[in-house]
Design a protein around this ligand. Structure first.
Ligand SMILES: NC(=O)c1ccc[n+]([C@@H]2O[C@H](COP(=O)([O-])OP(=O)(O)OC[C@H]3O[C@@H](n4cnc5c(N)ncnc54)[C@H](O)[C@@H]3O)[C@@H](O)[C@H]2O)c1
Length: 445
């Protein structure tokens, strides 16, 4: 998606809210205002947004909001318009969930009203003030870069985090379900009210997502964790980044699932445990946005030093070049439909595994092979290009590359260097092997 405007993320200090704020910053928003009851935690989210922001004019700040108070909500929108000029995206991620057993026969009125107040009245106030602010601003192109020319103009976009409990229910969450059903109704009706003004209102209805809200339920309700586990068809909860993707439609190569990366470590008893769950690092658009690289890991020495997680710190901190001298790079690349990569040679030995789709791997001799899902090529420093022919060029595809450094290479009596051709532009300034020199002959092939 073409994200370039100002975003307000309400409840931005929470699990899903912070993922939305960070993704919006990463995708190119010009400003991200993180509003939450917990302004200290909101400040920490702002710091992460600043780290990953890609818009050169990026601004961010944390503000206090209580969505149950009209003057508080109005004040945040007023401030945002005064300081930033307009509110292009408003994502409402505030919510409370069940933290203890609840049954209709024993539910105190005050507890029921607390849910309606935060989840439903809060959504009413945020959606109302977003509508007021957006109706007062001028239309702008949905896609200012021109990448999506047929999307027309908009005054803004509002997304409310509803829930699977907005359309169904399970036992024990009566006030949550009630408030979430109402929240969905509010979102649908305000979408119709706002449509003539060029303002979109959408609802996202996630199922269980691994956030503090669910962690609190696991702690407060006996058997909740096991209950959730038994109900999950894919064996795990969603992670907040996956919900943020739905909010921003942030996957530039549409139609491929977000990859989840798990990294393991050891606890103080020496048992193996999971250290982190995320979506990879150093995401990078390649070849005029027709491919997207995701660095799963990189190392810079062999053998690798795992002590004190120094390898993890290295991989997270350093965006690798196409390869790393003396090390390895594990890179996942998503290719747009019909993508044709520049002819290039990397000074490395590459294990290439097709994860999704069908590709033609074409070598500079003219030889080629058709690779389908699960096929593997061991590429030994050869000059080649990839052509994504998935669905006859109508669908995206994905390949996992593991690259390892090699010794100096001689072919037919000549010393061979890497040559990335047009791909070199995407790796300028990164460590590892050089960006290569454009090869004039590449277009003959
Ligand atoms: N986590 C899930 O499994 C799940 C599933 C479906 C829907 N949702 C919905 O997604 C949204 C976000 O959930 P989450 O899991 O990230 O929750 P979370 O508890 O991690 O975050 C909620 C945030 O809302 C803030 N907040 C609470 N009351 C507030 C108030 N009065 N004013 C301003 N901020 C307030 C909290 O400080 C917190 O930062 C909620 O609406 C939730 O109902 C979550």
């Amino acid at each position: 998606m073409d994200i370039s405007g100002n975003a307000l993320v309400v409840g931005g200090a929470g699990g899903i809210g912070q993922a939305c704020a960070v993704v919006l910053a990463k995708e190119g928003a010009s400003a991200v205002v993180v509003a939450d009851l917990d302004v200290k935690a909101a400040g920490e989210v702002v710091a992460r947004c600043i780290q990953v922001a890609t818009n050169s004019d990026f601004r961010a700040e944390a503000v206090h909001i209580d969505v149950t108070k009209e003057d508080s909500v109005q004040g945040v929108f007023r401030r945002m318009v005064e300081l930033y000029g307009r509110v292009d995206y408003c994502v409402n991620c505030v919510g409370i969930g069940a933290e203890g057993p609840c049954d209709i026969a024993s539910m105190p009125l005050a507890e029921f009203q607390r849910f309606l107040n935060i989840n439903t009245t809060g959504t009413f106030l945020v959606t109302k003030e977003a509508s007021v602010a957006m109706r007062a601003q001028k239309l702008r192109a949905v896609s200012p870069s021109g990448a999506f020319p047929n999307r027309g103009e908009t005054r803004g976009s509002i997304v409310n985090l509803c829930s699977a409990a907005s359309v169904g229910t399970v036992t024990g969450i009566l006030p949550y379900t009630t408030s979430k059903h109402a929240q969905l109704g509010l979102s649908k009706t305000s979408a119709l009210d706002n449509a003539p003004f060029g303002i979109r209102v959408n609802a996202i209805c996630p199922s269980w997502t691994d956030t503090p809200m669910v962690q609190r339920a696991n702690e407060g309700i006996e058997g909740h964790a096991d209950y959730v586990k038994a109900k999950l068809p894919i064996g795990r909860m969603a992670i907040p980044d996956e919900i943020a993707d739905a909010v921003t439609v942030g996957h530039p190569i549409q139609g491929l699932p977000r990859t989840v990366r798990y990294i393991t470590t050891h606890n103080s008893q020496g048992k193996s445990v999971f250290l982190s769950t995320d979506v990879g690092d150093h995401h990078k658009e390649l070849v005029n946005k027709s491919a997207l690289a995701n660095i799963i890991y990189s190392t810079h020495k062999h053998p690798v030093n795992l002590n004190n997680e120094v390898d993890v710190a290295y991989a997270r901190k350093n965006e690798p070049g196409i390869t790393v001298k003396g090390g390895t790079v594990c890179r996942l690349i998503d290719f747009a439909p019909g993508h044709v990569s520049p002819l290039h040679r990397v000074r490395s030995i590459d294990y290439c595994v097709v994860i999704e789709g069908t590709f033609r791997l074409v070598l500079d001799s003219g030889e080629e092979r058709l690779m389908s899902r699960g096929d593997v090529t061991v590429q030994r420093g050869t000059n080649h290009r990839w052509i994504n022919v998935t669905g006859s060029g109508t669908l995206p595809g994905r390949i996992l590359f593991v690259l390892q450094d090699i010794q100096d290479l001689e072919i037919a009596g000549l010393r061979i260097d890497g040559d990335l051709g047009d791909l070199g532009k995407d790796y300028v300034g990164l460590p590892g092997h050089g960006a290569g020199i454009h090869q004039d002959k590449q277009d003959e092939f």
